[in-house]
Design a protein around this ligand. Structure first.
Ligand code: PMP
Length: 402
């Protein structure tokens, strides 16, 4: 550590100079994050010059390389240049943002939508401006980190309920009868790939006068009729007060939004700090998200293909003897339960030409270390067969399956 004459006890950089986890992992050959891909997010990716089957992407519908989507992005670049250079409150708002908002609202059967620059900022801004000092926010234990961060930024109190446990939630709601209440859940849980118990939540919300905010980042373009999401899957789009989503999964770029009744959306638009104090989503990304959404509407067979692939992979994994948890979607976990095994499996698969996401705490609870596999609409049956063969081999080598 460079000596600047600080009292080491008070130097908040001391921990940084003492932090060596990443160096040790690199040295040991198990640094499996921040891996620099040399290709796009396609069914086959290139890493260090080698082609690998990609079972790690959130590009569920494969739209990052869809000709219509790419063409729309190019056109927007030519027409508008690269950025908005300001908040939407001031100079950064564009007609194309508002057109995308109308399309999103219509797609989800809501009155209005408001677009943010990332999904993370959407949760941060929307949740924190809704939940006031006398309010309580109830979150599922497996909710995404951005929901928790949004809750922490709010003035209200955060209460977490056991994953999808409606009895537990009811007990907690009962104790807060005199408070404003917001229940926030992932529609599709991002690591386990299971669905929120929306019918149960809607029932509780009605009985205990709570509002529901659904983070459908992994449901949009995936679940429900034509990819209309988890609320539509349960026929509860009207009952869910706000539906949040991102463009970083099925919609092929980055950005986020919340859709709902016009007045709550207007409140979020005019009160969320991550909207106010951050620059607008660049037009090229706005055009990309719009073209991607138009493609979901025009080519619903992409959603069907994604599900066919997901079923094939999941059935194959179960036949091999892997634990795929409670997955109900194209997110398929392979539960391994400890970090050394998770790392060894990831390395083994990489050697066999399969790229997977190893997931450890804090993204999952301790003991739930897993590979988070995910499918794309444009994976071929052959890709999945090859990946299953590699998974079977790795699983047997490492004693995970027999
Ligand atoms: N919510 C969920 C459930 C997510 O999985 C993610 C991204 N991993 C986000 C919100 C944040 O979205 P973004 O990556 O677009 O910022």
């Amino acid at each position: 550590m460079p000596d600047k004459g600080f009292n080491p006890e008070l130097d908040l950089f001391r921990k940084c100079y003492q932090y060596t986890e990443d160096l040790e992992a690199r040295e040991g050959g198990y640094y499996l994050i921040f891996r620099p891909l040399e290709s796009g997010q396609n069914p086959v990716v290139t890493l260090e010059g080698r082609e690998m089957i990609n079972l790690a992407s959130n590009n569920y519908l494969g739209l990052t390389s869809h000709p219509r989507v790419v063409e729309a992005a190019k056109e927007a670049l030519d027409r508008y240049g690269t950025g908005c250079s300001g908040s939407r409150w001031l100079n950064g708002n564009m007609l194309i943002h508002e057109e995308l908002e109308s399309l999103l609202a219509e797609f989800l059967g809501k009155e209005a939508a408001i677009v943010f620059s990332t999904g993370y900022q959407t949760n941060l801004g929307a949740i924190s401006c809704l939940v006031g000092r006398n309010d309580v926010i109830f979150t599922d234990k497996l909710d995404h980190a951005s929901i928790i961060d949004g809750a922490r930024m709010s003035l209200g109190r955060l209460i977490r309920f056991r994953h999808n446990d409606m009895d537990h939630l009811e007990g907690l709601l009962k104790r807060e009868q005199d408070k404003g209440k917001l229940i926030v859940v992932d529609g599709v849980f991002s690591m386990e790939g299971d669905l929120a118990d929306l019918p149960g939540l809607v029932d509780l919300a009605r009985r205990y006068q709570a509002r529901i905010f659904l983070d459908d980042a992994h449901g949009l373009g995936v679940t429900g009729p034509g990819g209309r999401g988890t609320a539509a899957h349960f026929g509860l789009a009207e009952e869910v007060d706000l539906i949040m989503g991102t463009f970083s999964k099925s919609l092929a770029c980055i950005g986020g939004f919340v859709a709902g009744d016009a007045r709550p959306v207007s409140w979020i638009k005019h009160r969320s700090r991550s909207q106010m104090f951050s620059a607008a989503l660049p037009p090229v990304l706005t055009a990309t998200a719009r073209a991607a959404l138009e493609t979901v509407i025009r080519e619903p067979e992409l959603v069907d293909r994604l599900w066919t692939n997901a079923r094939k992979l999941k059935e194959g994994l179960i036949a091999l003897g892997f634990d795929t948890g409670g997955s109900q979607t194209p997110i398929v976990p392979v539960i391994l339960g400890n970090e050394p095994l998770m790392l060894a499996t990831t390395i083994n698969l990489a050697q066999a030409g399969v790229f997977v996401n190893p997931v450890r705490p804090p993204a999952v609870p301790q003991g739930r270390e897993m590979l988070r596999l995910s499918l794309m609409a444009n994976h071929t049956g052959e890709h999945i067969d090859q990946a299953l063969a590699a998974l079977g081999e790795a699983g047997r080598n490492l004693g995970i399956i027999s």
